[in-house]
Design a protein around this ligand. Structure first.
Ligand SMILES: Cc1cc2nc3c(=O)[nH]c(=O)nc-3n(C[C@H](O)[C@H](O)[C@H](O)COP(=O)(O)OP(=O)(O)OC[C@H]3O[C@@H](n4cnc5c(N)ncnc54)[C@H](O)[C@@H]3O)c2cc1C
Length: 511
């Protein structure tokens, strides 16, 4: 890395740390108690390994709802069949072929059997597992053209009154609580407020970790291996500046706890001789808040920049609008729709519109009162209220309405079903915000998720799972298989944890 380190001093290993106050040995050390690390610990301890999980904060991390997988018993029971080869190829193509196809294919091929293991576990914990068919997981989008295709891969783990877990905002929390409980019962030791500071190298292998806690620096030797599961670089502005500066233009940064995703695992790996993935990062960005119509995430409306001009496809396919928004002049954009929005909504979403229409009038009133949505009697008035030139906006609307009438969007190729003309007064607008959820970016790995050097040689005993696993996403987060951020974290966490415990490899697809 030497040449690359010059402008980025943090890529250079700092001076050695202080005295070690204690030393112990186990089979496997997992660094980070997020969804990937906890799953790895559960699988490894279930396969008989002694496991220590080091987590720098006081508890495990969990956020979000959807858990992606392909070919689970829940999907089979609902008659959902996903073309695996097509799904893998589409994810690969979303990354402009930068990522490792075999990693993606392994996820698509193996995530079903992995999640089935946790679905069975969830049932034992009195939980329910269903398929999501909302927002980024629509039931009938698998019939769209390839670039907008979405398969019904998002599972929701929910508690019932028979489950031992507390009700909370994020369903992924129930999953993490469940695997932590199971891992602990199997003997895994969770060390909270324990931060990994360095990996221990012996030759070209990693044999342990130096951690810090309230008592000082401690060495933990790992007989079988170390699994990095420290998340991505979402909270580290220097790393974002280095690898993905456009996301600094996001309106809101949603990751929590703040500081959990500082790119620690990426640095631990680099300091131990690992290479950073060569893929461009694929930020996970939500277009806007979840208020009534959810422009860009639930629904597609004409979207204009501050000059009143259209600038991208408005398909409610998560990264599409936000990627373009981040390059919009003035870093601002507005979705615009007319008073026929209910009619448009039924056309856009024939399967789920009934659900979307429920209580919509009230929600719209609330969003207008709160200032989230702007309402105006004329287009000129709307233009004035949102600060875009009225004449240009009128021209843009006329051109767009023409595409709506012909059913062919010759500018951005939005399918006819999602083209919604702006004609009937009053008119509405909503700011098209960009909220960064996660910025996965990590280490170069092979198809077994083993960490590699710049020369593509495996580093003995070192694996990366979750958002510190590079080479899976590239350029743009694909919502072809919704929930694949959690899904690949669980899939590789489980496969790597079990394989390391058993002294094998994960047996990736194509091996
Ligand atoms: C609000 C929100 C909603 C989301 N919704 C979804 C969704 O519905 N579906 C989906 O698929 N994805 C979703 N995501 C993304 C998804 O949650 C992440 O991609 C996922 O959490 C990644 O898991 P991870 O285990 O790799 O990292 P994390 O969950 O971030 O866990 C990493 C852990 O490692 C710890 N750690 C870091 N450095 C060290 C160190 N040096 N020593 C010890 N511990 C360390 C951190 O404190 C943290 O606990 C959402 C994200 C957010 C923020």
């Amino acid at each position: 890395m030497s040449g690359l380190c010059a402008p980025y001093p943090w890529l250079t290993k700092p001076e050695d740390i202080g005295a070690i106050v204690s030393e112990e040995t186990c089979d496997i050390v997992v660094i980070g108690a997020g969804i990937a690390g906890c799953t790895a610990a559960e699988a490894a301890s279930g396969a008989g390994a002694s496991v220590i999980v080091c987590e720098k904060f006081a508890s495990s991390s969990a956020h979000g709802i959807d858990i992606g997988a392909v070919g689970t018993k829940v999907q089979k029971a609902m008659g959902v069949e996903i073309d695996k080869a097509l799904a893998a190829r589409l994810i690969y193509e979303w990354g402009q072929q930068q990522a490792n196809y075999w990693l993606i294919r392994t996820y698509v091929e193996k995530s079903g059997e992995v999640l089935d293991y946790y679905i069975d576990m969830a049932h034992r914990y009195g939980m329910e597992v269903t398929l999501n068919d909302e927002m980024t997981a629509r039931a009938d989008w698998d019939a769209l053209e390839d670039k907008f295709k979405q398969f019904q891969s998002a599972h929701i783990f929910d508690i019932t009154d028979k489950s031992p877990f507390q009700k909370g905002k994020w369903n992924a929390r129930y999953f993490v609580d469940m695997v932590v409980d199971s891992a602990k019962r199997q003997g895994a030791s969770f060390r909270f407020k324990t931060k990994a500071e360095r990996l221990v190298n012996e030759g070209n292998a990693v044999t342990g970790v130096i951690v810090s806690d309230a008592e000082g620096y401690k060495k933990i030797n790992a007989r079988k291996g170390v699994i990095l599961a420290t998340g991505g670089i979402t909270d580290n502005k220097q790393m974002i500046g280095r690898w993905c500066p456009a996301v600094l233009r996001c309106d809101k940064f949603e990751n929590f706890p703040v500081g959990s995703n500082n790119g620690d695992g990426l640095l631990l790996g680099v300091w131990a001789g690992a290479a950073v993935t060569r893929c461009n990062p694929a930020p996970i960005i939500h277009p806007v808040n979840f208020s009534s119509l959810g422009p860009g995430i639930s629904t597609s409306w004409l979207t204009v920049n501050r000059d009143g001009r259209r600038f991208s496809s408005e398909m409610a396919y998560e990264p599409i609008v936000t990627n373009a928004r981040l390059n919009a002049p003035g870093n601002v954009a507005y979705a615009i729709w007319d008073d026929d929005y209910k009619k448009h909504l039924v056309k856009q979403e024939p399967v789920k519109s009934k659900k979307l229409l429920g209580g919509l009038d009230d929600k719209m009133e609330r969003d207008i009162a709160s200032g989230d949505y702007v309402k105006a009697a004329t287009l000129a008035e709307l233009a004035e209220k949102i600060g875009v030139p009225a004449e240009t906006l009128q021209k843009t609307v006329d051109r767009y309405n023409g595409w709506c009438d012909s059913g062919i969007d010759a500018d951005f190729g939005v399918p006819a079903r999602f083209l919604s003309p702006v004609r009937k007064r009053p008119f509405y607008a909503s700011k098209m915000n960009a909220w960064l959820l996660s910025l996965p970016h990590g280490l170069h790995v092979d198809q077994n998720s083993q960490v590699l050097t710049e020369d593509d040689d495996p580093i003995g005993g070192l694996f990366a799972v979750g958002n510190v696993q590079g080479d899976f996403f590239a350029n743009s987060y694909p919502v072809t298989l919704p929930g694949s951020s959690h899904g690949r974290s669980i899939c590789f966490g489980h496969l790597v944890g079990r394989a390391l415990a058993e002294g094998t490899t994960i047996g990736g697809y194509g091996d």
